[in-house]
Design a protein around this ligand. Structure first.
Ligand code: F6R
Length: 604
């Protein structure tokens, strides 16, 4: 989390930083700041609590220069105050630093190296810039001081450092936090995410962990911490400026929900040829074939997408699938099977918890596949294989299209493996056709927005808590539905296995408690879920049903067009995304930027 942008060269740095920060705001939005410098010792540092718009309001035309660094913060150490907002300055004010990550040994550093220093705030970052400043005071060159500090600092970081006495250079380093270089004519940039630089350039260069980069307007020098220069080529990013705008939508989330039929069709054209044959990397297929167990590791919505794909994967590949919460597995790896393979599901490809699992998997020689929306992301680079989601940038903090794209991408993998194994059910499963039907089902649900908004108004506009219930795949959808509702409407919501409610949790049901029942799957399962719905209704629950066409009965609230059972989790989740969206909107909240959250969670 936290977003960094920096530029050096022949451009208006203030404008570039502010534009960049607006694009990075999804990474953190509790405070922000920029430092812009126009010749030696002629810099301006402006910070603000709140959103980028609050920072913008403080920036006058006098804040100008050709070098600058900026930061949007998601607080880890110290509250969201102006003192804790980045950029931070060294003791003398000479050095200015922005940082994304967590410095684990910052208290020891303070104790050992910074006696007598006056710190303005509580952040780990301020300690880092004081440390660099101290080493320069002790007689080291800036580069040597930076290197020495990097060798002492433990933890995760993406740093951009400016020396106000030599402002035509930005010093950059990274470890475990995302950062990349953008290349221009007469200027160069550094940023947490290519999206924030795409207005300026489409030419990028990766930075690997524990590399240091010296950036001037017309040179980029990459080296390791021992000073060995690393030769690295650049690549052109295929990002479209229009992909990162809201267009006529009030919120990114609504735009991204609406994009899902297009994403399904894009996945069809990517992972199948025009005759409907699977177009999945044979090496990935072989790796899955050789595994005796598939482990899916992920966080949040991506974890839920893993569950939503589990039964389809098992049925088509004949391989057991186990799910793991990445933050748990990173340090508490359970006993694995003899021939495991890991699938890392991650929209951003940057989630630190998932990366920690991958580090362990790589060390153990376990083959891995990252399924991600972001080419070149850390998880993509470090896994054995990658499958891309092709969902286009997902900017709303609440993930929607990445979830459905993950399930659909895994369907292509499952079918390809099943076919390679000669499994008849996989051969007969016409995925291209079935996914087109899913796209149509999504479109049909999207056309019901007004009716859904009205039901939400009656059910969720004032409640403090709610339940989603379902069985089998509907339970897995309930998990995601409740996460989505929680994160953007602040309603305390649980996704529950419908049959499990009566074993304890039903005691929470009281007059008016909203219970949203999900019903797809078979007649028998549907009948059981309906039974559970009756049980809560009898205790005063305010019930809303979301039912697959064919299983619907009079009085049901939302009917979802029928799709193939393997893909039902995609169709069934769509109304729940809209429910969360409308609940947030009706409660007057910021749909795209819910409190306390950030999009790419790059700290453990
Ligand atoms: C919720 C949400 C998060 C992410 C989680 C993992 O809407 O977006 O729960 O799913 O932080 O992120 P990725 O998928 O980028 O690894």
């Amino acid at each position: 989390m936290c977003g960094i942008v920096g530029v050096v060269g022949n451009r208006n740095a203030t404008d570039i930083l502010m534009q960049g920060l607006e694009k990075l705001e999804y990474r953190g939005y509790d405070s922000a700041g920029i430092y812009v410098v126009n010749g030696a010792n002629n810099g301006r540092l402006i910070k603000s609590v709140g959103r980028i718009a609050d920072l913008r309001a403080k920036i006058g035309i006098d804040v100008a220069g050709s070098t600058g660094i900026g930061h949007t913060r998601w607080a880890t150490h110290g509250q969201a105050t102006e003192e804790n907002a980045h950029p931070h300055t060294s003791e003398t004010g000479r050095f200015v630093l922005v940082h994304n990550g967590v410095i684990e040994n910052y208290l020891q550093i303070k104790e050992v190296y910074l006696e007598g220093h006056t710190l303005k705030g509580q952040t780990d970052t301020e300690i880092a810039v004081h440390l660099i400043g101290q080493f320069v005071t002790d007689g080291l060159s800036v580069l040597e001081a930076f290197k020495k500090a990097l060798n002492i600092i433990e933890g995760s970081y993406a740093f951009a450092l400016v020396d106000s006495e030599e402002p035509d250079t930005i010093y950059v380093a990274k470890n475990k936090s995302p950062l990349l270089i953008g290349l221009g004519e007469g200027y160069n940039m550094v940023c947490s995410d290519a999206m924030a630089m795409i207005r300026e350039t489409s030419e990028f260069m990766e930075i690997h962990d524990k590399e240091l980069v010296i950036l001037t307007k017309d040179s980029v020098t990459v080296s390791d911490y021992d000073g060995n220069v690393v030769e690295r080529g650049s690549y052109t990013a295929e990002l479209d400026l229009s992909d990162i705008g809201k267009g006529t939508y009030p919120y990114y989330m609504l735009k991204e929900i609406d994009e899902q039929p297009t994403v399904m069709r894009k996945l069809i054209s990517t992972y199948a040829d025009t005759d409907g044959n699977m177009n999945v990397d044979p090496e990935i297929v072989k790796t899955v074939q050789e595994a005796d167990r598939i482990y899916i590791l992920a966080a949040g919505t991506s974890y839920n997408a893993g569950f939503a794909s589990k039964s389809m994967l098992e049925k088509l590949t004949d391989t057991p699938v186990e799910l793991g919460v990445a933050s748990e597995w990173g340090y508490n790896m359970p006993l694995l099977s003899k021939k495991p393979m890991f699938i890392l599901l991650s929209q951003s490809g940057e989630t630190a918890d998932s990366r920690q699992v991958l580090v362990k998997a790589n060390a153990a020689g376990i083959p891995s596949l990252t399924v991600t929306n972001v080419p070149g992301s850390t998880l993509s680079r470090e896994a054995t294989y990658t499958m891309l989601l092709h969902a286009g940038p997902e900017i709303a903090v609440a993930s929607t299209k990445a979830y459905t794209a993950q399930v659909a991408a895994l369907a292509f993998l499952a079918k390809a493996v099943g076919e390679a194994n000669g499994k008849q059910e996989a051969i007969d499963f016409d995925l291209v056709h079935e996914l087109s039907i899913v796209a149509q089902s999504i479109e049909a649900t999207l056309s019901e927005k007004d009716a859904i908004a009205e039901k939400v108004q009656n059910l969720l506009s004032t409640t403090r808590n709610a339940f989603y219930i379902g069985r089998g795949n509907d339970y897995y959808v309930a998990m995601e539905a409740s996460l989505k509702l929680k994160e953007i409407s602040y309603i305390q919501c649980e996704g529950f296995a419908a049959g499990e409610l009566k074993h304890g949790t039903i005691s929470l049901i009281e007059e008016g408690t909203p219970v949203l029942g999900l019903i797809s799957s078979s007649e028998v399962v549907a009948a059981h879920t309906r039974g559970n719905i009756q049980e809560v209704a009898a205790r005063g629950a305010h019930v809303l049903t979301i039912v697959e066409e064919g299983l619907n009965k009079e009085g049901d609230d939302i009917i979802v067009n029928k799709v193939h059972p393997f893909l039902a989790t995609i169709a069934m989740v769509i109304p729940t995304q809209l429910i969360a969206y409308f609940a947030s909107l009706q409660r007057g909240l910021d749909v795209d930027k819910p409190r306390n959250l950030a999009k790419a969670v790059t700290v453990e």
